[in-house]
Design a protein around this ligand. Structure first.
Ligand code: T1G
Length: 687
């Protein structure tokens, strides 16, 4: 037998143990090993299927997806388990995902250890369950629940899985092996659990739920192929016997596996894991108490994430009323989470119990890390950092949430520059996953490593970046937005640009985003960019839009018009006139601009700047840039990020187009040296 699967006996019970660290993925050796073990159970009267280490099987080995799968395939193993003459009992612990859950579904009974998480996350990797998940889950969980879980890549806890009928019991034994033996003895005594009448009684392949679900996903999973294919696979489970249904599912799975979205999403899976870790970084410091300075929206959001992750959290603000408002906002958010079933009341209470407010910095004397989220002014930040230097214990991390100020300069008023780091959160901070962890010149490796570990613990996706204006994300965003605005002057409309970008897959169009975040704020940021690029020509639409009081949704008008109480953008005749006047004043002859040009100029502006950031070392890799863009800016995950998407197009073509824009449009488009080097060498960003 392969070293990754063991077979042993306890009396009449055979025990098959999968042992393939780190996550017991169903590699070829594991698949072959289970078949071989099943063939070797001899006269055993029951079989327990379990796994060693911290988790049951977390799925197929994602690294193998690019290649044609080797025999035996997983469906064969699942069918062999289902067809075993004696009862097979799966014992689940850790994260039982994808192919792991499919193995369990093939068994005759499932017992979960408390704390187990289960799910079929395949669509988040651009594929569908390929070994019976879409056929075996519906009879247990019911059609609606199964569709919801599979198309939403939902992970559920053991208690929910029990309620849904996916597992038969939650064990109170101390370890999976004992749990399996206890369950098997019970089965030998009293038989398998009776599941009663099937949950699919009376359901048909033409059930309206399929159409309804497909229409819903057109909106919530816009552009994604796999969720739609998953619906089709589930539908087939209703009119085909298991083996044939599994064959139909497998064909749909193979379509997805060979399609473009799988490569993009798998790239992001590994890019995210690489981005959030420091190679050979020093051990992070540990602490239990965190401080947040500033009780505004950002500060409250950060504090919520910290308290939810188990940190004792102190919010400090000079203004008692602001502190009270922050607490009210946080409890309102918790109440809504409880109402929607995202959190239970006890959890909300525990989180609230870890939150404290204070008007004096002295309340921070026990903090191991403090994040400052006050007004963006060097003077104000200096005042905060002087106080932090006074009260914080030695070794505490001093983090700033600045998006535009020099972090070394902020830290210069302290005697501990090595412990100063940037933690650039995105708004709303308790929701948005991205945190840019900014390494200032003086930041020590240990401080960086601690800031990364802290960000992971509060369930963010931290990406280390260099101290350059705009860091990585906002810097790329500036080039993208600037190009979109130039297109207006040259002849496009805000509605056309936004439509093209949404068709490309962006969560929102550039001008809808600007109207949401405030054009007056955008104009202030624009002024800073002018200082960084004194010799480059800037488009001037934003200046004119703000001059007319069109600051965005908050004013009921921006690049678009808005009706009271409605966020839907409508075309504005006034904006059309503003754009024409700006173009006329600047001597630009407006023309019809085709959609391809809009897409390329916006997206390749991201790519060219991304390449410049990687080339200069401000971003470590193309994967890091892609992760920043996916989690901070609504870039469609199924395109893998701007750099991965450029690779798919081919860097020779990307460079040719960039050069064409450079010739026609001037200095903004000077190709990044890294793009030139890679394209000319026939290489790629992510390869
Ligand atoms: N394949 C290969 N490597 C994997 C892996 C997998 N399935 N899962 C994790 N790893 C690596 C990961 O890259 C990292 O490596 C290390 O394990 C620890 O992971 C037929 C087609 C299991 C909840 O989608 O959700 O089954 O960086 O850092 O936070 O239908 O990993 O240390 O070198 O994430 O404790 C479905 C994906 C596959 C599960 C653990 N399965 N994995 O989280 O640690 S499709 C999934 C996860 C499928 C069938 C199909 C998480 C985790 P390194 P980690 P973690």
């Amino acid at each position: 037998m392969s070293g990754q699967v063991r077979l042993d006996r306890d009396g009449e019970i055979a025990i098959i143990t999968i042992d393939n660290p780190p996550v017991n993925a169903t590699s070829q050796a594991v698949r072959a090993g289970i078949l071989e073990a099943l063939g070797g159970i001899g006269d055993a009267r029951a079989v327990v299927l379990t796994a060693a280490g911290r988790t049951f099987v977390a799925g197929a080995d994602i690294k193998e997806f690019a290649n044609a799968p080797l025999e035996p395939h997983l469906p064969e193993v699942v069918l062999a388990l289902a067809g075993c003459d004696v009862p097979v009992i799966a014992v689940l612990h850790g994260t039982t995902l994808g192919g792991g859950l499919e193995l369990a579904l093939g068994c005759h009974m499932r017992v979960a250890m408390p704390g187990t998480k289960l799910g079929l996350p395949e669509v988040s990797l651009g594929i569908i369950p390929g070994a019976g998940g879409t056929q075996l889950l519906p009879p247990l969980a019911g059609l609606e629940r199964a569709l919801e879980m599979i198309t939403g890549a939902e992970r559920v806890g053991a208690a929910q899985a029990l309620e849904d009928g996916i597992v038969d019991a939650i064990s109170d034994e101390s370890d999976p092996r004992s749990a399996g033996l206890a369950a098997a003895r019970q089965v030998l005594e009293t038989g398998l659990p009776d599941r009663g009448a099937g949950k699919l009684d009376g359901r048909h392949p033409d059930d309206p739920v399929f159409g309804k679900m497909a229409a819903q996903l057109e909106k919530s999973a816009r552009g994604q192929i796999a969720p739609q294919k998953a619906i089709e696979a589930v539908r087939r489970s209703l009119d085909l016997p298991l083996a044939e249904g599994m064959a139909a599912e497998r064909a749909l799975f193979q379509d997805c596996r060979k399609g473009p979205q799988r490569g993009a999403l798998v790239h992001l899976f590994f890019a995210e894991r690489a981005a959030t870790k420091l190679k050979d970084g020093p051990e992070p410091r540990s602490f239990d108490t965190v401080g947040v300075i500033g009780a505004g929206t950002m500060g409250a959001g950060i504090a919520m994430a910290c308290a939810a992750a188990g940190y004792e959290t102190v919010i400090v603000d000079r203004d008692q009323a602001a502190l009270d408002r922050a607490l009210t906002r946080i409890s309102g958010s918790h109440d809504r989470a409880v109402q929607r079933g995202k959190m239970d009341a006890a959890q909300a209470e525990a989180i609230a119990g870890r939150l404290r407010i204070a008007t004096s910095y002295d309340a921070l004397s026990g903090a191991g890390l403090v994040v400052e989220a006050v007004f963006e002014s060097m003077e104000v930040k200096h005042a905060v950092f002087r106080e932090l230097d006074r009260v914080l214990p030695e070794g505490a991390i001093l983090a700033t949430n600045t998006s535009s100020l020099d972090i070394d300069e902020i830290g210069s008023v302290t005697a501990r520059g090595a412990d100063v780091v940037g933690l650039h959160f995105f708004s709303p901070a308790h929701v948005m996953k991205l945190v840019e962890v900014v390494r200032a010149k003086g930041t020590s490796e240990e401080a960086l490593s601690t800031a990364m570990a802290f960000s992971r613990r509060i369930r963010k996706v931290p990406v280390p970046v260099g101290m350059v204006p705009g860091f990585v994300g906002n810097r790329m965003l500036f080039h993208y937005g600037r190009e979109a605005e130039s297109l207006l002057e040259e002849g496009a409309t805000p509605a056309q640009v936004d439509r093209v970008l949404r068709d490309y897959g962006m969560a929102m169009g550039v001008f809808a985003v600007r109207d949401l975040s405030g054009n007056d704020v955008g104009l202030a940021v624009r002024k800073e960019w002018r200082a960084h690029y004194p010799h480059h020509p800037f488009p001037e639409v934003i200046d004119a839009v703000v001059a007319e009081g069109r600051t965005g949704q908050k004013a009921g008008k921006g690049y678009f018009d808005y009706r009271e109480g409605d966020r839907t953008p409508h075309d504005s005749a006034e904006v059309a006139a503003i754009i024409e006047a700006v173009a006329a004043r600047r001597g630009i002859t407006r023309r019809k601009i085709d959609d391809d040009e809009i897409r390329d100029r916006c997206v390749l502006a991201l790519v060219n700047e991304g390449a410049r950031l990687i080339g200069s070392g401000a971003a470590r890799s193309a994967g890091d840039v892609d992760v920043v863009y996916r989690y901070g800016y609504g870039f469609p995950a199924w395109r893998g990020g701007p750099m991965y998407d450029a690779d798919q197009r081919g860097l020779a073509e990307v460079l040719a187009r960039t050069r064409e824009f450079h010739d026609r449009l001037g200095p903004w488009w000077e190709p990044a040296p890294l793009l030139v080097d890679l394209a000319e060498a026939g290489r790629s960003f992510t390869g």
